[in-house]
Write a protein of this length. Sequence first.
Length: 654
Amino acid sequence: LLAAMAGGFVLFFRFFFRYFKWLFVLGIIILALFMGGTLINQQRHHKRVVILGIDAMDAAVTERLLNEGRLPNLAALRNAGSYSRLRTTVPAETVVAFTSVATGVNPGKHGIFDFIMRDPQDHMPYLSLNEVSNTPTGVHITNRRRAAAFWEELSRRRIPSRVFFFPNTFPPDRIEGVMLSGMGVPDITGTTGRFSYYTHDPELADSDSRGRHVSVMKKNGVIMSALYGPKVMRGGREEEARIPFTLHDGEKPGEMVMRIAGGTSVLRKGQWSDWQKVAFNIGLFRKASGMVRFYLASTGDSFSLYATPVNFDPEEPLFSISSPASYSRTAARKYGLYPTLGMPHDTWGLQEGKLSEGAFLDQVEGVLTSRQRILRAELNKFRGGVFFFYFDTLDIVQHMFYRYCDSSSPSFEDNARFREIINGYYEKIDSIVGEVVRSVPADTTVMVLSDHGFSPFRRQVHLNRWLEANGFLALKPGVADSDVMFDSVDWSRTKAYALGFGGIYINRIGRDFYGIVPEILAHAIARELSERLKGFRDPLDGKNIVRNVYASPDIYTGACVDSAPDLYVGFEPGYRASWQTALGGVPAALVEDNARKWSGDHLVDPSCVPGVVFSNKKILKKDPSVLDIAPSVYALFGVRANGMDGKDLFVNDE
């Protein structure tokens, strides 16, 4: 039997090699190529590039603190490799600049020109972060970015990326690796973040508040109210889903017991609660899962309770916030619950006086701590490819606490407790940098970069009022001003209008639905606007308001240019386009003091607010830009990427 079997095998192999030997040889070649490619890919994976994106790390502040010896880890990184100022985009906005970091191209190619852009069909503003549409299969969300990010190009070559909280990444891209979405993730109601404030005193409500104010009363020792969620259709009528809750005094002074969503917790005066999970009924057998934190500001007759915007529950998000989709759940279970809202800090709660500075800083610290937990754990698992982690802490504390270090600010406060807050958070970021450098192998390329710097925000400029006063914009007869969204603009007599944080659009025939300016005259009007804006003086003291005016054709190239403002106003430090301008308002004033707690900003001329870049690898390119990051990443992995506007940082471009 064994002899017969052996003879059968011999006959089979003779037959196979006689008639299929070339197929066999081809198979061997394919296997060798596959194994070789896998080996090369594995070798690429052994390369490690770690990038920390630090929103708004200002060059001047960084250099001062370096000179004072207060940033030892960044100094060591500089000494091991390089430090340089980093040229930002026009405008110097997070969503614009970081999209250029991701893509290596100018806004004319990636299509993001401002946080707020407009539909030329009706001039209505919209957020540039993503687009929401209703389809027969449900709500569909797409990213407005029109150019490939470096993690997409690397994924096509099976080079992994681990990307955490990168701005403008919702919905997340499907990539080789992991992505956790950042700026762009809404709250459960679909906004960028709407807080709720419960109080006995209805007079505390602001007419232009970004939050919801709920008047409550205690009856029989119990306060009854509700947490509000997404809008739903019930009985043919649209209403907000609600989850009721009750509050009563606790056993100790300053404590209250809350019952919500089937659970009971103790709230303590002056402290943030843990994350409370909730689930709103939004349809038959459908729920929207979220989570919220409460801050009990006061009890008794002056009762007030603050509720953060309801974040997506990362374990059961209404829409996917990670790639793979299961990762957000895995991260929550491994590292604890973390804020999922793309802009997780309650700046409007502080700005409107519903949160104290101390409460706000406690929240800032909580967000930073939760992200550090994720950073440490994920960096420990990182074996190769690109690792990117984003921190927005410096941006937030500079927006809200600049008034403590700018004695010329209308909102200046001389308070020793908060005077060093900004410097202190630069030092905390430095500590994080040191921890990262120490935790990765010595051959890892490490970069620390920011998208832009920072500037004081003392005076706000109403650009549409300037356009009206100079004959470029007209209001309807009998109307003196207009609040938002051009509600009183006479388009039949309007040649130009402002929207966003410094953009001016010519009301062109053929592009704008109400356009009156023929294409042949558009350039001349833009030139006239530019010249007159450069002579714009502050009525208060005669100071220059505008440093530069940028014409779109001079700074942008690409298929998306027609969506850009025709002009972008680069303000002198201390000035900024007003909140009303951003939404198409035409207030009565031309320029007025900014007395808000939001006392610092970066929406000035980009030349005044460069970012920074540190690297443990020598930077050779002169005058580096945020556009150079993606090409540098490609070069480190030997990837040829065409169509980049940026260049490799580590090659001399002279």
